[in-house]
Design a protein around this ligand. Structure first.
Ligand SMILES: *[C@@H]1O[C@H](CO)[C@@H](O)[C@H](O)[C@H]1NC(C)=O
Ligand SMILES: *[C@@H]1O[C@H](CO)[C@@H](O)[C@H](O)[C@H]1NC(C)=O
Ligand SMILES: *[C@@H]1O[C@H](CO)[C@@H](O)[C@H](O)[C@H]1NC(C)=O
Ligand SMILES: *[C@@H]1O[C@H](CO)[C@@H](O)[C@H](O)[C@H]1NC(C)=O
Ligand SMILES: *[C@@H]1O[C@H](CO)[C@@H](O)[C@H](O)[C@H]1NC(C)=O
Ligand SMILES: *[C@@H]1O[C@H](CO)[C@@H](O)[C@H](O)[C@H]1NC(C)=O
Ligand SMILES: *[C@@H]1O[C@H](CO)[C@@H](O)[C@H](O)[C@H]1NC(C)=O
Ligand SMILES: [Ca+2]
Ligand SMILES: [Ca+2]
Length: 924
């Protein structure tokens, strides 16, 4: 089973059950995965350094993400590296939650072939995703398959057979897994009481027969003579042969081999990582793990390319040029470039590249045209960017028009929350109170249209910067300049409507380049430093602000660094936002988690809004300072400064579980405080830029996460309402606008009840492997009073190699057509074949001709279908449609040419001109 070398040990707490206590000598999935990733990365970076002729200094043991990133000459990557490892670990653990009883995910019950298929199919998806720069998807799938791979060593008798190396056949499709035990072959005897050291039969060991333990929660039945997994939950271990063979932990039935199993699992994990590296290359492999030479930042532009945007596009071109010239080759070089354009009615040019030149060329080739009426498809463009950008990205959207697709507002919010992406809008429209004729008022926006962008910016922790076209170059260079490595948020707040308020933030020793952003009109403030110095926004004197710049509604201040608590007193009756950022190696990561529903305990990350008004849990870790502890985590309401503090429980490994008695029912941000162990300690404060919300609705779905083009893909989902019932609106959207999908538009729920629905997606056959589908399913309560969603990421693996339709070959044609067509007939027989690599003929149908067609499989050749057709000479043309098993369609047309030439020359001529006379048969 699952819980294995350990299930979410990190998070298991006292849940007991199959879980593992947190003990240093116990190897867990977490630990095995982390060790193998760190070690493989060290080996790889060492090889790269040798190749470059540079010195490589091994980090101290035990390795940490921080030290390994530094050794790899990418200290600025340590947060993204730690995050990548954490994500892979969470997905590894999730296999126990989603597939607890699916034997093949754990190599239980001798399901070797299926288990290997889980790994090799997943491995294909990982490689394909990396090739398309979909690193997030690659990490997730990697976590999944590592779980199964590692379980093999705990659940099979590989270790007992005396193997000292991992089984290389688990990551290949073209070899034997080993000498597998027949279904009827006995493999175990009863344990001797608690002693299971000799329960595997001698002949099995001698002949090196591979077996694994059977596992069932509810029934004790298993094939006769077979080994069991063992442990208190496994019912099969209570029937003969009694006992088990798992090595999940030191106290398990074969716990004496726990360390050996864990070491082999580690080596196997390294072997799989090595296989990926050699398939896709060193740099893409490191980038999948979050290690890049540059800043690990994504430069992501979403650009309106309608006619009125030509000045703005010139600005984007020069900003891009300046970023690329000034940052490429430095530690601030973006590691990934994304460009999305939108227009109206079109949108969706998407360039995702690691090559700055490709990006520059794409930007340079942009032109402005079209768009029709004033509003444009800005949210469609933004949805694409949010779906394709890695987590924690920053997006810059350029437009001068209101959104036409406001129906995507909640989908965009969902994606912002789930990806923790910051969205900045650069808006060059003049604000008007009334727009009478949209066709004549180019580049204008009403207050409420602008508010939509402001709301999205605020929810994401970004800025909605409103400037004239002339001011855009200055505004965009300020804001894009901020996109540097190691950027941390010290404070993020907004007030809408505007109201005077005081805000506090802590500046620690590690923070440099302290900058304050303020958006809003007619905002004044007073800054108070830790030493009590003050400076007014209106005053020209003071030493706290070293530089200040204003453009449009956007103001930026550079602050003199003083360590300690600062205060800023804001005064305005207009809406405003305030953001304080700096650069520091210390930051934090967090995930909303919830206790899993099964009886085994453990926590799973959630991909929707947490439940409102009940207790909630956050998993928090500090990056960039191994000795740091979290001292306080608070959920701060966005519209006031009301905060809910959680109870922090250290989990070891720099991880902290934070319990909140009651999740807020209004929008909030996450703020953490911590300190390290130096004297005096570094006391720091960090905040999430993203705002979050809770909901009384839950949407759950656990679909297969691999979609095969040409195969129907269904996503069953469940909507539950803790609050009111009624007619709920359902919206299912995905980022692949070429894909057809269907879903219910509404579902009726009873108060406190739940209801099931299904989304069906079909991908065109030519969809390349590694394409990622980001599917958002939303459920909205009547009158829009509440909303929740689930965001699912599904990888496409195209197993189709058959892109050619079946072809026809005429075998014979007979005709006795005479002048009087009704008295004569013609007949033919045709062989339809689907080629060498074909999937075979699925069906043949008659699409023209009034004769009789009979089809039959060709004897001894299932790829071929025989067709015989006979018809009256009055119907001298026939056409058949042949479809192969993956839906490629071919058609063949035949006619009795001689009959046509003599009897119906006009028809013959027109068919000839159309190139549709495929065969001419001489009638003697
Ligand atoms: C790290 O990898 C190297 C080379 O692959 C291997 O020799 C060594 O045993 C590994 N160390 C650990 C701790 O896994
Ligand atoms: C959270 O609430 C649930 C149900 O109300 C309860 O079973 C659980 O013990 C609570 N968890 C914590 C950590 O308080
Ligand atoms: C959830 O329901 C409670 C009452 O049942 C209500 O007070 C609260 O506002 C609701 N929360 C949301 C986010 O709808
Ligand atoms: C639910 O609402 C939708 C759209 O408003 C409507 O088409 C549908 O008939 C409603 N269903 C029920 C059962 O009232
Ligand atoms: C929804 O589907 C699940 C299985 O996926 C089933 O257990 C449950 O009973 C269904 N709920 C409803 C309300 O139909
Ligand atoms: C999508 O639907 C259209 C119209 O129903 C159909 O013609 C097309 O073949 C479908 N495409 C795919 C990939 O299923
Ligand atoms: C069949 O597939 C193989 C391997 O994919 C390929 O090399 C070959 O060209 C294909 N043959 C045809 C007729 O498509
Ligand atoms: Ca336009
Ligand atoms: Ca338009």
């Amino acid at each position: 089973m699952s819980s294995v070398l350990c299930l979410l040990c990190l998070l298991l707490l006292d849940a007991g059950a199959l879980g593992f206590e947190i003990r240093k000598e116990t190897f867990t999935h977490q630990k095995i995965t982390e060790n193998a990733i760190l070690n493989t990365t060290v080996q790889l970076c060492r090889a790269l350094a040798q190749a470059d002729g540079t010195v490589f200094i091994f980090p101290a043991q035990p390795y940490t993400a921080e030290a390994v990133a530094a050794a790899c000459n990418s200290p600025q990557s340590q947060k993204s590296f730690a995050e990548a490892i954490g994500f892979i670990q969470l997905r590894n653990a999730r296999v126990d939650i989603l597939h607890l009883l699916d034997a093949e995910y754990h190599f239980d019950s001798e399901s070797f072939a299926l288990g290997r298929k889980v790994i090799t199919d997943g491995l294909k998806a990982v490689k394909a995703s990396i090739k398309r720069n979909n690193f997030e998807a690659a990490r997730g799938k990697l976590g999944d398959i590592l779980h199964s791979l590692q379980d093999f060593y705990s659940h099979s008798n590989w270790v007992e057979l005396g193997n000292k190396f991992p089984n290389p056949n688990l990551i290949r499709t073209d070899t034997n897994i080993g000498n597998l035990a027949d279904q009827s072959r006995a493999t175990c005897r009863n344990c001797n009481g608690d002693d299971c050291t000799n329960n595997i039969l001698e002949d099995v060991i001698q002949e090196k027969i591979l077996t694994s333990g059977y596992f069932k929660l509810t029934s004790g039945s298993k094939p006769k003579g077979k080994c069991s997994h063992g442990g208190p939950f496994d019912q099969t271990s209570k029937t003969e042969p009694i006992g088990g063979i798992n090595k999940d932990k030191p106290t398990a039935n074969h716990g004496f081999l726990h360390t050996d199993a864990a070491n082999l699992a580690t080596a196997a994990t390294s072997q799989l990582l090595e296989d990926i590296r050699s398939a896709i290359g060193d740099r893409p492999f490191l980038q999948m793990l979050g290690i890049t030479r540059g800043s690990n930042k994504v430069l992501c532009f979403v650009i309106d390319t309608t006619k009125s945007m030509s000045d703005d596009i010139d600005t984007v071109k020069s900003v891009t040029l300046s970023i690329i010239t000034s940052k490429v080759g430095t530690a601030n070089e973006p590691s990934l470039y994304i460009l999305v354009t939108f227009n109206d009615p079109g949108f969706g040019l998407l360039i995702k590249t690691t090559d700055p030149q490709v990006f520059k060329d794409a930007i340079n080739s942009l032109t402005a045209s079209g768009g029709g009426d004033l509003p444009e498809l800005s949210l469609s463009g933004l949805q694409l960017a949010l779906s394709d950008a890695p987590l924690n990205s920053e997006i810059f959207l350029f437009t001068d028009a209101p959104a036409k697709d406001v129906n995507l507002f909640s989908t965009v919010i969902a994606l912002i929350e789930q990806t923790k992406t910051v969205v900045n809008f650069l808006i060059t429209a003049s604000l008007v109170t009334n727009r009478v004729d949209v066709w004549e008022q180019q580049s204008s926006m009403t207050e409420s249209e602008a508010q939509l962008y402001r709301d999205l910016a605020q929810a994401s922790g970004g800025q909605a910067i409103e400037v004239t076209k002339g001011e855009l170059p200055v505004a965009s260079s300020i804001i894009t300049e901020s996109s540097t490595s190691s950027l941390v948020v010290l404070l993020q707040a907004a007030r809408s409507p505007g109201v005077a308020d005081n805000f506090f933030f802590i500046v620690d020793q590690t923070v440099t380049n302290l900058v304050v952003y303020i958006t809003g009109s007619a905002v004044t403030f007073t800054l108070i430093s830790p030493t009590g110095e003050t400076q007014q926004s209106t005053g020209t004197t003071g030493s706290l602000i070293t530089a200040s710049q204003s453009v449009g509604n956007f103001r930026t201040l550079k602050l003199n660094k003083q360590v300690g608590q600062w205060q800023i007193k804001m005064v305005s009756t207009n809406p405003y936002t305030l953001k304080v950022i700096g650069q520091s190696p210390i930051d934090f990561l967090f995930t909303f988690v919830e206790a899993s529903q099964d009886s085994f305990g453990g926590f799973d990350a959630i991909d929707r809004r947490p439940t409102a008004g009940v207790n909630g849990t956050l998993l928090v870790s500090v990056t960039g300072r191994a000795s740091a502890t979290v001292t306080e985590v608070a959920l701060v309401e966005s519209s006031s400064s009301v905060e809910i503090k959680g109870v922090v429980e250290p989990q070891g490994n720099n991880s902290f579980l934070v319990q909140f008695d009651m999740m807020p029912s209004v929008e909030f941000v996450v703020r953490m405080k911590g300190q390290d162990s130096s004297t005096p300690p570094v006391v720091f404060q960090r905040q999430s830029p993203t705002s979050f919300r809770t909901s009384n609705i839950t949407v759950t779905a656990n679909p297969d996460d691999i979609l095969v083009p040409g195969t129907p893909f269904t996503v069953p989902f469940t909507v539950t309402s803790r609050g009111r019932g009624g007619n709920f609106t359902i919206r299912a959207t995905n980022n692949q606008n070429r894909f057809n999908s269907t879903s219910p538009a509404s579902l009726v729920l009873e108060a406190g009840g739940s209801v099931n629905g299904t989304v069906n997606i079909s991908a065109p056959l030519n969809t390349p492997s590694g394409t990622e589908v980001t599917l958002t399913i939303e459920a909205e309560a009547p009158e829009g009073t509440d909303l929740n969603y689930i965001v699912l990421r599904i990888s496409v693996v195209n197993t189709v190699t058959d892109f050619t339709p079946p072809a026809c070959q005429l075998l014979s044609l007979q005709s006795n057509c005479s002048k009087n067509c009704s008295l004569s007939s013609w007949a033919l027989s045709v062989q339809v074949t689907d080629g060498t690599n074909g999937t075979g003929v699925d069906h043949v149908s008659l699409t023209q001709g009034s004769g009789t067609m009979i089809t039959s499989p060709a004897p001894g050749n299932e790829n071929t279908t025989l067709v015989s057709y006979s018809a009256s000479c009055c119907s001298p043309v026939m056409e058949l449609l042949a479809v192969d098993r993956v839906g490629n369609e071919g058609s063949c047309r035949y006619s009795d040419a001689n009959f046509l030439t003599t009897q119906s020359p006009l028809l013959y001529l027109s068919l000839l001109l159309l190139g549709q006379i495929l065969t001419k048969v001489d009638l003697q």
